[in-house]
Design a binder for this molecule. Structure first.
Ligand SMILES: [Mn+2]
Length: 301
């Protein structure tokens, strides 16, 4: 077990996350993994009090500065639940710190903070986009990365709020029945059904919405990845009795973007993702009374 006082200090003084030895890191990873192992692949949230809010946060990609700004907003506004849509690591300058900060929040308050799996919560992608190298530079031993992968493999993949609003990292998959297939399945039982849902999980983490596309078309992102149009988006919502979708995965210069008559909101929670010459503000979403309100993060200078 890891002491709560120690974890609270890490949240109050997050720059200490950069100095932790692997022994402490391992304790945080293992505790968080235990919490995720109590969850379901499809998280279901029901807000009984309509005044309560849920915050949904998009890609962080190692941007600790934006993450800490978001945490200040969370502290001030006190939402009931906070759902991160994945892609916490790769690319930025404080990748492990961002992952550990979110996992520490999870361990301190597992009924409040949730993390879904993004396409960067995978070793293969981390080997190409920086996190694996950052980890090796710090801890030297590639075998230690197994503990990171174990956390990834215990993450849920989507969340449904009040049976109306779906949250996931990338987009809807071609299999319209995927949500029924994973409903009530524990994260620990993923391997039992993996063959039948692997392609859908891959698409949930990688797909993108696209205006004026009909059906599913091939994405430039790579083999098996799809763009989806409004027609298949409609069918997916109808089949699953849903009204709205919040997803992340794409950075827009305006910070967030609505698609498909404001029924799909795309958010991204890392500022200046492509550097200061191509600036973008960070965004997040607030859900209140089943309405999605996009927000921009005002960064302190
Ligand atoms: Mn992504």
């Amino acid at each position: 077990m890891i002491g709560k006082a120690f974890l609270k200090e890490l949240i109050d003084y997050p720059h200490r996350l950069s100095d932790l030895g692997f022994e402490e890191v391992s304790k945080i990873l293992k505790s968080a993994k235990k919490d995720f192992e109590n969850e379901y692949l499809l998280l279901e949230f029901n807000l009984r009090n309509p005044e309560k809010e849920i915050y949904v946060i998009g890609d962080i990609h190692g941007n600790l500065e934006t993450l800490l700004e978001l945490y200040d907003i969370i502290k001030a506004q006190n939402p009931e639940f906070v759902i991160f849509l994945g892609d916490i690591v790769d690319r930025g300058s404080k990748q492990l710190e961002c992952l550990l900060f979110i996992l520490t929040l999870k361990v301190l308050n597992p009924q409040r903070y949730y993390l879904l799996r993004g396409n960067h919560e995978t070793l293969e992608i981390n080997q190409n986009y920086g996190f694996y190298q950052e980890f090796l530079n710090r801890f030297k031993d590639p075998r230690k990365f197994i503990e990171i992968s174990a956390v990834y493999n215990s993450l849920p993949i989507c969340a449904v709020i009040n049976s109306k609003i779906l949250c996931l990292h990338g987009g809807i998959p071609q299999d319209i029945h995927i949500l029924q297939k994973i409903k009530d399945i524990r994260t620990t039982d993923l391997s039992d059904i993996f063959e039948s849902i692997a392609q859908s999980f891959f698409q949930i983490m990688w797909n993108d919405p696209k205006m004026k596309v009909k059906g599913f078309t091939d994405s430039f992102r790579g083999p098996g990845i799809k763009f989806f149009g409004e027609d298949v988006f409609d069918s997916f919502l109808k089949e699953n009795n849903l009204e709205l979708l919040i997803r992340a995965h794409e950075c827009f210069p305006e910070g967030f973007r609505w698609f498909f008559q404001k029924r799909l909101l795309s958010i991204f929670s890392s500022t200046n993702y492509r550097g200061s010459f191509s600036p973008n503000p960070a965004s997040y979403a607030v859900i209140r009374k089943n309405v999605i309100i996009p927000k921009i993060v005002n960064m302190k200078e």
